[in-house]
Ligand binder design. Sequence first.
Ligand code: SOE
Length: 376
Amino acid sequence: MKKLNIAIIGCGFMGRTHSNAYRRVSNFFDLEYKPVLKAICDRNEEKAKGFANQWDYESVETDWKKMLERDDIDIIDICTPNNLHAEIAIAAAEAGKMIVCEKPLAMNAAQGQTMVDAVEKAGVANLVSYNYRRIPAVTLAKNLIDQGKLGKIYHYRANFLQDWTISTDLPQGGDGLWRLDVKESGSGVTGDLLAHCIDTAIWLNGPIKEVTAMTETFVKERQSVTSGKVEPVKIDDACAFLARFANGSLAVFESTRYARGHKALYTFEINGEHASIAWDLHDLHRLSWFDHRDEGITRGWRSIHVTDGEHPYMDKWWVPGLQIGYEHSFVHQVADFLEGLAKSTPVSPTFRDALETQKVCDAVLDSAKSGQWVKI
Ligand code: SOE
């Protein structure tokens, strides 16, 4: 196995999911490359040292620019708040590093375009972390659709519901809470949660042509962790939009952080001429399937326990019937990326693929402002 040296920037939740993926991938997948946790970077030195200790990183940096100067780093993995993605990715591309970037690609599509230009000019491998594609039940949905089993698709429906920002006492900015500060996040649920739904939707059902949206900011002011002052909240707390796909199907998308009782309820349902598919992140190892071609007397919704060796990725794990979970989607993502490197083929979603999602997010936010349908 050839060693591939990884440097992650950011020790938050995503820094952990990515570290775990690089650590475990070679134990389960037969690959040409073996990731080595070479360096971890965070502005907060104590935090970076603690993280390095826990995950066994060989070195610590507090300035990400130092990582780019190092010859012993092959992949820069960006797990920072969204406002840093572009600057780091462009500099990393210019330094000739391969790049993995957390979603959403950028603060907006114009910025995303500069990132696409940079990686394509430098010719470096690149990937955006839309991990839900690589949950076996979701990949199975993709395979069934690509085999034409649903026939013509009429409807796409997706939700991503949370409830963690309902308290008016929650401040904005800083660790974890940067998602509430528009200067660091670019948007609220649209870029954070709907971006996942849009990425999956485009992957499963093709391009989105136009959207009409509404957004709401329920809590108008929050204390800023950075300034200490009460400042206006400029993100979308909730967003709902309608969309038309290029294949003629109609879609409804909804996301909020104010759905009391829901922590991370990502669901989608697709209705085709012959069959329908439904999936739910809280039951992620199952795919619901209804096939109108089944014999009438036993026709009904089936719940497929996606744990068989024939199911996507599952032959790499345990034995049929035993489940895997959320963190494995990141392991699959790294496995696919490393396989792409071995074959010198781009692995989706590349920066260019993720730019499509970013364009839809921009159109959704524009439509919510103008009250008009917006074409992508
Ligand atoms: C927000 O709570 C969040 O952590 C997102 O940032 C992730 O992308 C999503 O997968 C889970 O929720």
